[in-house]
Design a protein around this ligand. Structure first.
Ligand code: GLN
Length: 483
């Protein structure tokens, strides 16, 4: 049963081949058996899962249907779950039980999804390797000595290892697409504002966006359908109707204009990845797409701009963790300053502290204009580049990451080396555009992803292209040995 996709599970449940309760029990047993190798979960929610599964079975018996009714999923551990630990991968929130459900959690539960647990992640979603978690690194099921990517690495490793069919993630600078690429999954970062951020613990509020991680585009469509939509509790949520994403999968690609930015193929890209990306372009041409070289001239400025803006917002967002209201509190503080200093010093890990310091510096009087304001100007130039490109093409295609998954620990002594891995993903966050990564082949037995970007609210177009590609290729069906 663990090989089934969400779409196959929906059919199996509708045809009464198995119940949600049976499926849930089987997957929980599989997680207990295999997750010790991966460390992909921070918390398991067996009791909740079985209650939700039985309720879903009862709803089906009463004639209800729905693609998510009885479908097992997991949430990245930064989505608040009422009464359940929501750690954000941090010692700071190790003892935090959220008092309410995030909108995404509530919507998926209402659609009948079954929550198996909360997945491991980089601390406060800062990272590209899932090594900064207080709960330990996550391993890549394709090679247990390699990282799964981050920060949604737990969700990615669990889905890639067939512990469950799909999971939620969040993407501030690539944290859905990059781990999807490194573990052979399909992952989608929606348009900023498409999915509510209410109850999603904030990293960088103008960049964060929740989305699905699954094996296929078809499954991403199902999960996104359950997540997307206007939420009055999130002031940046957009009041636009949500299209039927599954209905958009089957459109023809005849005449689709694909733009391939020349800047994507410069130094730093593994040539073996470049070759696989060119192969995926040829595959799409066979399906009727027309390919054109385009230019995104400001791309080279994206990493420096992002690594000013994201830490600046993080330094502000993380000021709420002060040892007073919730989260970690130091022992026996002697006064208020001591309480703040030691609670934060003990509660936050090294990477989070580094970002807070960089962000506070960039926002400080005297440096604000030189760093933060400059970064915001670059952000606008990057957005303008995309707007110009989308006048000429329907979709932009390129690599998701410059390298395949690296060895655990390989970039620990050099944070900038890890930041450079985000070069292809962060521009979509800076511009607020939707992006998808899908499997495109292997290098040394490790998966490689191809990234597709589309204009605002064109998630359906991304899913359409990815689904058509997946009907004609089998990379996404490959299973890691041992799982
Ligand atoms: N790797 C990027 C960072 O560390 C992106 C993380 C994310 O998307 N949450 O900021």
């Amino acid at each position: 049963m663990h090989q089934l996709t969400l779409a196959e599970i929906a059919r199996g449940l509708a045809d009464k081949k198995f119940s949600s309760e049976e499926l849930t029990k089987a997957l929980l047993a599989r997680i207990a058996q295999l997750d010790p190798q991966l460390n992909s979960f921070i918390s398991l929610t067996e009791d909740l899962a079985l209650t939700q599964a039985k309720a879903a079975d009862a709803r089906r018996a009463n004639g209800e249907s729905g693609a998510l009714l009885g479908a097992p999923i997991a949430h990245k551990d930064l989505f608040c779950t009422q009464g359940i630990r929501t750690s954000c991968g941090s010692k700071m929130l190790d003892n935090f039980k959220a008092p309410y459900d995030a909108t995404v959690v509530a919507k998926l539960a209402a659609a009948g999804a079954v929550t198996l647990g909360k997945t491991n992640m980089d601390e406060f979603a800062m990272g590209s390797a899932n090594e900064s978690s207080y709960y330990g690194a996550v391993k890549n099921p394709w090679n247990l000595e390699h990282v799964p990517g981050g920060s949604s690495g737990g969700s990615a490793a669990a889905v890639a290892a067939r512990l469950l069919p799909a999971a939620t993630g969040t993407d501030t600078g690539g944290s859905i697409r990059q781990p999807a690429a490194l573990t052979n999954l399909t992952g989608l970062k929606p348009t900023y504002g498409r999915v509510s951020r209410w109850g999603m613990i904030a990293y960088a509020s103008s960049l964060d966006q929740g989305g699905p991680l699954a094996r296929t585009a078809e499954d991403c469509a199902i999960l996104l359908q359950g997540m997307a939509g206007f939420d009055p509790n999130d002031s940046t949520s957009i009041d636009e109707p949500v299209p039927d994403y599954s209905a958009s999968l089957n459109g023809s690609l005849q005449g689709l204009r694909i733009g391939v930015p020349k800047e994507y193929f410069g130094a730093g890209l593994d040539p073996r990845i470049a070759e696989l990306i060119h192969n995926s372009v040829k595959e799409l041409e066979k399906l009727g797409a027309v390919v054109k070289e385009i230019s995104l001239p400001n791309m080279q400025h994206a990493i420096p701009a992002y690594y000013v803006i994201a830490p600046a917002e993080a330094s502000s967002n993380l000021s709420r963790f002060d040892g007073v209201r919730f989260g970690h509190r130091c022992e026996n503080p002697v006064n208020l300053i001591d309480l703040y200093k030691r609670s934060r010093g003990e509660g936050f890990g090294a990477e989070v502290q580094r970002r807070i310091m960089v962000g506070a510096y960039a926002l400080s009087a005297g440096y604000y204009d030189a760093y933060y304001l400059k970064a915001q100007k670059i952000r606008r130039l990057i957005k303008n580049d995309f707007m110009a490109a989308f006048n000429e093409v329907d979709i932009i295609l390129g690599p998701t990451t410059p390298n395949p998954a690296w060895k655990l620990g390989a970039k620990n002594s050099d944070p900038v080396a890890a930041y450079l891995e985000d070069v292809y993903t962060i521009t979509a966050n800076l511009a607020g555009l939707p992006g998808l990564s899908m499997p495109a082949g292997f290098v040394d037995g490790l998966p490689v992803g191809v990234q597709l970007l589309a204009p605002y609210f064109q998630e359906g177009r991304l899913l359409n292209v990815a689904h058509q590609y997946q009907l004609n290729t089998d990379w996404h069906t490959r299973t890691p040995t041992g799982f």
